[in-house]
Write a protein that binds this ligand. Sequence first.
Ligand code: ADP
Length: 250
Amino acid sequence: LEKRIPVPAKPGELTELATVFNRLLHQLQQQFEREQRFVSDASHELRTPLTAFRGHLKLLKRWGKDDPEILVQGLEAMDQESTRMERMVVQLLTLARTGHTETKKEPLNLSALVKTVIAQWPASEDVSVAAEVGEGITVTGDAEQLRQVAVILLENAQRYTEAGSITVRLIEDGTSVRLEVKDTGIGIAPADQEKVFDRFYRVDKARSRVSGGTGLGLSIASELVDHHQGDIRLESELGKGSTFTVVLPK
Ligand code: ADP
């Protein structure tokens, strides 16, 4: 792709054309590199659970017939690894699609949407979920995509809170609507706070892994919020908890 057009010395239409062309070429090249990196990261991430899966399979083939404990443990591990792979594939497809699918621009009742997500949330003994959802808050957008954003933030709040509480808040002010998901979990150190929105970034790979994380949730959420001309913010203190706030224009 390194075929730039030499920019003529004399200013004029040709100079402008060459500059525009070169800029486009540069953008195309960057896009191409980003996609290549994405494919190579994705393959690497998919190989990890697959390698673990095959490791357990090998053990099972060898010892599983004679040792019921190995059999049970192996099957459990294979179940987990394959579930994780499936999640990752679904999320990768979502990411691949977000660039192409149209984001609907329909008036929708965000209060009702958020309430439904919370009502259907599986109860947990150790982590309680409280809701402070304003009535009749509406935005223009894509219901399925916004539901997905809420689910990703709630899943994370639960995943990174051992015992404690989650508060989901939906507030409206003059020009914007804010969806807050606040937890009292492990928190995120300042140095990691910007990176958590990057694809595949996980503060603690092992922890994310055992809890079924893929490192893709927040990158999907931030793309979907982008599609709504919104913004996603994070405030967090290590050991105290995190608050993710989605700000949508009204
Ligand atoms: P994952 O599937 O690993 O949760 P995400 O993209 O959703 O991937 O999040 C990226 C990383 O950000 C997580 O691995 C975790 O380290 C951190 N993170 C996300 N949400 C929270 C939270 N509510 N509390 C603490 N850490 C979080």
